[in-house]
Design a protein around this ligand. Structure first.
Ligand code: AMP
Ligand code: TRP
Length: 322
């Protein structure tokens, strides 16, 4: 099954990115899977050119360190495949202003800044181009992207109706039910790249001592019983969900084994150290070898271009510019 997904190079990857995106990507990797660092999307954010360049390389290294095998699937950087920006323009002339202004992510982000960039409005059209260029069937992303996926389908159907069968309409999109990883210090809030919470965020590159300290200090409650109850015990529930996400168990099964927060935290820290240490080591190893990362990106872009080029040409002919 053809799979495509992308992540913005908007900062150091954390445990939420790993459990909600990177690990499901690794689980569905195959020669038919495409994963990209969407650096063009990140231009909608306020970021210096140096940061964008550095974070793009860092995310590429993180994706590979997390287990994506560039021999097995295609890992690439969006801007190195020119068809994304090119198809995006063709699709902008199919999408309507009304449907773009209805996007919840746009409404939220545009409210936060005066004189926001037009790219914030057209962002989901570029995302539709990412998806349609690869004749994608399945897009593993979190629930927050559901509306954008629906828009991609609508744009594809409208294009096909207007210009003739051109795109495969991404069908049966099953957004991964992202383990929603919450901030360890504020379990009502999602662990996030943008809101700095030094003790509440677990980064994939955290050292064992950091992991132990963060888990030990994680907010719980005074009730003392280990059970899953998001309403009354969000902190403990978050720790159980994280544990279960890492071990592949059910959170209530994990809860049954523990009678104290201390034991749960001790074992969770050990599990995090065991899971993240190889990722951290591989990440730093890759970061010392920019040549190797460059080669991986170049080969990924070559393979991506071979697929995307054909689809783009078909779309260009359909609208009458080729
Ligand atoms: P972002 O960090 O918002 O660019 O998201 C990149 C990917 O990680 C998306 O697929 C999100 O759904 C996923 N993700 C981000 N934060 C979390 C979180 N706290 N829990 C689970 N998944 C997350
Ligand atoms: N919009 C997605 C996010 O914010 C990132 C993204 C861009 C994406 N293009 C994509 C995800 C294509 C899946 C497929 O998380």
């Amino acid at each position: 099954m053809r799979v495509l997904s992308g992540m913005q190079p908007s900062g150091a990857a954390h445990l939420g990115n790993y459990l909600g995106a990177l690990r499901p990507w690794v689980d569905s990797q195959s020669p038919d899977a495409f994963y990209c660092v969407v650096d063009l999307h990140a231009l909608t954010l306020d970021m210096s050119p140096a940061d964008l360049r550095r974070q793009t390389v860092e995310l590429l290294a993180t994706m590979i360190a997390s287990g994506l095998d560039p021999e097995l699937c295609t890992v690439f950087v969006q801007s190195q495949v020119p068809y994304h920006a090119q198809l995006s323009w063709l699709l902008e002339c199919v999408a309507t202003y009304g449907e773009l202004t209805r996007m919840v992510a746009f409404k939220e982000k545009s409210q936060r800044s005066q004189g926001y960039r037009v790219g914030l409005l057209t962002y989901p059209v570029l995302m539709a181009a990412d998806i349609l260029l690869y004749e994608t069937e399945c897009v593993p992303v979190g629930d927050d992207q559901r509306q954008h996926l629906e828009l991609s389908r609508n744009i594809a159907e409208r294009f096909n109706a207007r210009y003739g069968e051109t795109f495969r309409v991404p069908k049966g999109i099953q957004p991964v039910v992202a383990a929603r990883v919450m901030d360890l210090q504020d379990p009502q809030r999602k662990m996030s790249k943008s809101l700095a919470s030094p003790l509440g965020t677990i980064y994939l590159t955290d050292e064992p001592a950091d992991l132990e300290r963060k888990v030990k200090r994680a907010v719980t409650d005074t009730d003392g019983s280990v059970r899953l109850d998001w309403e009354k015990k969000p902190g403990v529930s978050n720790l159980l969900e994280i544990f279960a996400g890492l071990s592949g168990e059910r959170p209530d099964a994990v809860a049954q084994r523990y009678s104290s927060y201390g034991d749960l935290k001790r074992d969770l820290a050990a599990l995090l150290i065991e899971t993240l240490s190889p990722i951290r080591r591989r990440y730093y190893e890759l970061m010392t070898d920019p040549e190797e990362l460059n080669l991986i990106a170049t080969e990924g872009a070559r393979r991506a271009c071979a697929v995307a080029g054909d689809v783009y040409d078909r779309a260009a002919r359909a609208v009458g510019i080729a």
